[in-house]
Ligand binder design. Structure first.
Ligand SMILES: C[S@@+](CC[C@H](N)C(=O)[O-])C[C@H]1O[C@@H](n2cnc3c(N)ncnc32)[C@H](O)[C@@H]1O
Length: 269
């Protein structure tokens, strides 16, 4: 049931806004509207407001996140897809032909693959994550668009038949250096799984493993796209080049996003 029309502007709406503001929510009015529209009953609404005021990310409270214009199911603990990652999706979409074989490694909720499937015609999509909660969400988001979801470590659960056939490999892997995790906002630090954030000592451990095996899975001329930070981009470029991929850095100032694209040469010399 949509309570928005009933409660907006009345005492309940104002009370919720006041509580959210006191809890530090910057967009308290927008959040109040979303919570009211997501709640099925007044009791449900009260629980949701309590959870949000206690610091749970809004997306975990309402059960979905907006990404590339889609509603992506996210359950507590699962990484909430970030606005900046829409840049990686737009870069991947520009490189993928229709019927491309697309792999989304470290897929989390499956948002990247779902967005690519929504914007491209008939891709063959395979998404992988190691975290069972993320895999549960990915099943909801990715199988809905005809993709396949696997649970396991990076490439390990993928069918061997994909080797040498992947046109576009997207991977928004954890890239926060271990020591920097304590500096993240509480919503990430306390409510997203450690495995979704921790990229090891320099933040690049998972990137190294993804790039090392990428040439085995990419088709000749295929592309690996990894989100990184502006500061880490030179190291990401070095990792790609070390593994025989031709690197290119692309960035969006507006979204504060940096992506390294590595292309497997079409012809091996
Ligand atoms: C930064 S989150 C990104 C999730 C998703 N790609 C997105 O952008 O919304 C990283 C994800 O990598 C997954 N992950 C970490 N190590 C992994 C591994 N070795 N194999 C597969 N998935 C892994 C985590 O469970 C988490 O869901």
């Amino acid at each position: 049931m949509d309570f928005c029309g009933v409660f907006q502007g009345d005492a309940l709406f104002s009370n919720i806004v006041t509580r959210l503001r006191a809890a530090g929510c910057v967009f308290a009015e927008d959040e109040a509207r979303l919570l009211i529209s997501a709640a099925r009953t007044p009791d449900d609404l009260a629980v949701m407001v309590d959870r949000r005021a206690a610091g749970l990310p809004l997306e975990h409270v309402i059960g979905w996140a907006e990404f590339c214009g889609l509603r992506i199911a996210v359950e507590p603990g699962v990484f909430v897809p970030r606005l900046r990652t829409e840049f990686l999706v737009s870069q991947a979409a520009a490189l993928a032909r229709s019927s491309a074989v697309v792999v989304d490694l470290c897929c989390g909720s499956g948002a990247l693959g779902a967005a690519l499937a929504a914007s491209l015609e008939r891709i063959e999509l395979h998404s992988v994550d190691i975290d069972p909660a993320a895999v549960r969400c990915a099943h909801r988001n990715v199988t809905a668009v005809g993709g396949h979801v696997y649970e396991g470590d990076l490439y390990e659960p993928l069918p061997a038949i994909l080797r040498g056939r992947v046109d576009v490999l997207v991977a928004n892997v954890p890239y926060v250096p271990t020591e920097a995790i304590r500096l993240l906002p509480p919503e990430a630090r306390l409510h997203e799984a450690r495995v979704a954030l921790d990229g090891g000592t320099d933040g690049l451990d998972v990137q190294r493993r993804v790039a090392a095996e990428a040439p085995l899975w990419l088709a000749p001329g295929g592309h690996l796209l990894i989100e990184t930070s502006e500061r880490q981009a030179p190291q990401t470029v070095g990792i790609f080049a070390h593994n025989g991929l031709i690197p290119q850095v692309v960035s969006s100032e507006e979204l504060d996003a940096t992506v390294v694209i590595g292309t497997r040469p079409a012809f091996q010399s």
